[in-house]
Design a protein around this ligand. Structure first.
Ligand SMILES: Nc1nc2c(ncn2[C@@H]2O[C@H](COP(=O)(O)OP(=O)(O)OP(=O)(O)O)[C@@H](O)[C@H]2O)c(=O)[nH]1
Ligand SMILES: [Mg+2]
Length: 253
């Protein structure tokens, strides 16, 4: 069993990617399951096989502890940690070959509190990886792109798991824009050129310094273009995860 955590800023497309990648893997005859770890999800574009909302409901926490939605979400994130082993048991009963884990809308709840890495560790011993989403519309600006690289690096320092980068919602941009962002991921000098061309003054200096810092740490993740809406890029995403988990074999054969 292989576990894939789908992580990204609020609204970056985690849930829809979970839904469409799940369908794609099923059609590819892979034994796949979905796990929703977002206790605050109102509706999901898929029916999770395992759902944290059957253990923890944000509305109940709000009522019981007199908290507002944000306080309740924070509390829920911590309460999930107590359920990690039960969710892990559900997983082993289901026994799929690959599990897509949809994580909370507010990324900081999963990534920047102690509970996220704890849950990732306690859920199961199985090999794990992170798919980190770059929202393509947000990433057209080089400063935003660099900020996203920083967030991704911060995630990496928390989980220390193999990480794949996805440029999500590519259908929303013209192809030339998508290609430009992909070129930044491939070659840092392209990113620096874009920073030079498009940013001025302090923003330029900061972006340059930040991209150099990331470069120096040596974090260089592949960026895969995807559209969950149009079901594009799923084969590349699958291949990238296969390389991480199985050395290029299918998850189910
Ligand atoms: N055009 C387009 N829209 C997308 C795509 N993926 C997601 N969206 C839309 O973007 C919005 C957010 O998508 P979600 O999948 O809910 O994103 P999320 O990261 O799970 O959001 P939260 O859990 O609420 O933080 C929805 O309106 C989706 O329909 C895509 O590939 N193309
Ligand atoms: Mg979601």
């Amino acid at each position: 069993m292989f576990i894939v955590f789908i992580v990204g800023t609020a609204g970056s497309g985690k849930s829809l990617l979970t839904a469409s990648f799940y369908e794609w893997l099923r059609i590819d005859r892979q034994k796949v399951a979905t796990l929703n770890l977002d206790p605050g999800a109102m509706t999901l574009p898929y029916t999770p096989d395992i759902d944290v909302r059957s253990y923890i409901r944000v509305e109940d926490i709000m009522d019981r502890y007199g908290l507002g939605p944000n306080g309740a979400l924070i509390m829920a994130a911590d309460l999930i940690a107590d359920e990690a082993s039960r969710i892990g048991m559900e997983l082993s009963e289901l026994n799929p070959d690959i599990v897509l884990v949809d994580t909370p809308g507010q990324m900081e709840l999963f990534a920047f509190r102690a509970s996220g890495p704890y849950i990732a560790k306690e859920l199961t011993e199985s090999p794990k990886a992170i798919v980190y989403l770059f929202d393509s519309v947000f990433s057209t600006d080089p400063l935003n792109y660099v900020s996203n690289m920083f967030l991704s690096a911060a995630i990496h320092t928390r989980f220390f798991l193999p990480q794949v980068h996805v440029l999500s919602k590519c259908d929303l941009l013209p192809k030339a824009e998508v290609d430009r962002i992909l070129s930044w991921a491939e070659d840092v000098s392209e990113l620096e050129a874009a920073i030079d061309e498009r940013l001025k003054g302090t923003r330029r200096l900061l972006s340059q310094g930040m991209s150099q810092a990331i470069c120096q740490i040596g974090l260089n993740f592949e960026l895969i273009q995807v559209s969950a809406m149009r079901n594009e890029g799923m084969a590349n995403l699958s291949a990238s995860l296969e390389r991480i988990f199985t050395g290029g074999e299918k998850f189910t054969y």
